[in-house]
Design a protein around this ligand. Structure first.
Ligand SMILES: Cc1cc2nc3c(=O)[nH]c(=O)nc-3n(C[C@H](O)[C@H](O)[C@H](O)COP(=O)(O)O)c2cc1C
Length: 232
């Protein structure tokens, strides 16, 4: 089945109105821990009918970490390795190709997510290094005032890391640390990963069906309120 064709036709409204333009998203994967989050993000973007094109850039260090954490074996057929299937709308761009489309501000991109984002890439982005395609595409997002989400992962954090996060935020990026939430009572590591990815997607204007929302259907009404607790 051609997934892309099915998704696009599903977007037609009953009234025959024209579809909203499909989004172009850049997903950059760098050499921090958290490969399963990148895979989960790729899956979600691939399945999202609002997304027309996903430009995927994977750093050499990310390939090393992917091998450690997922068993993926190098760049060859990487999308198939990660998703278990081919994709018609994910385009894998070379990390060193600073002449790729996303390296220019003239090429329209709706949002860029760096997931996971290493401290090295964070440092390079907030200092405008633009030495490879990930750094350059992020630089373009900042100069064009486009959404750039840096899903940083390191622990503990040095003063340098903290300064760099501040600089990235001041330049217009969103620092979205890889920090799990527990108030939704996740039952598995996959659920933790999915919930984190849902939060990032919501942040770039792609809220996901089934995403946990505090105060929606899962609010526990048996739990005592603050006032009741004070009275006890
Ligand atoms: C298994 C493994 C896990 C790593 N985890 C992290 C991490 O969580 N955060 C980080 O900043 N660097 C981490 N690193 C180090 C980065 O991969 C390294 O600094 C690299 O130069 C980053 O390059 P890149 O930003 O171009 O991908 C890890 C390396 C390995 C091999």
């Amino acid at each position: 089945m051609n997934h892309a064709t099915t998704s696009r036709s599903a977007m037609k409204t009953a009234a025959g109105e024209s579809d909203p333009p499909q989004r172009t998203i850049v997903l950059a994967v760098t050499g921090a821990s958290g490969s399963m989050l990148a895979v989960e993000m790729l899956r979600a973007l691939e399945a999202d009918a609002r997304v027309g094109l996903i430009h995927l850039v994977v750093s050499p260090s990310a390939l090393r970490v992917l091998a450690e954490e997922t068993g993926a074996g190098g760049r060859h057929a990487l999308i198939e390795q990660l998703l278990g299937a081919r994709s018609t709308r994910i385009s894998l761009l070379a990390h060193e190709d600073i002449g790729a489309s996303i390296a220019s501000g003239s090429y329209p991109v709706d949002a860029m997510v760096v997931l996971p984002c290493s401290m090295g890439t964070l440092a390079a982005i907030c200092h405008g290094m633009a030495n490879n395609l990930i750094e350059r595409a992020a630089d373009v997002c900042l100069k064009e005032r486009r959404r750039l989400v840096l899903c940083v992962r390191e622990t503990p954090l040095s003063l340098i890391h903290l300064h760099n996060m501040l600089a990235a935020t001041q330049a217009g990026a969103t620092v979205f640390p890889v920090v799990p939430s527990f108030y939704n009572h996740p039952q598995s590591i996959e659920e933790v990963a999915r919930n984190y990815v849902h939060r990032v997607l919501q942040h770039i204007g792609l809220p996901q069906p089934g995403a946990f929302t505090w105060g929606a259907e899962t609010q526990n009404t048996d739990r005592p309120t603050d006032k009741e607790q004070e009275q006890n």
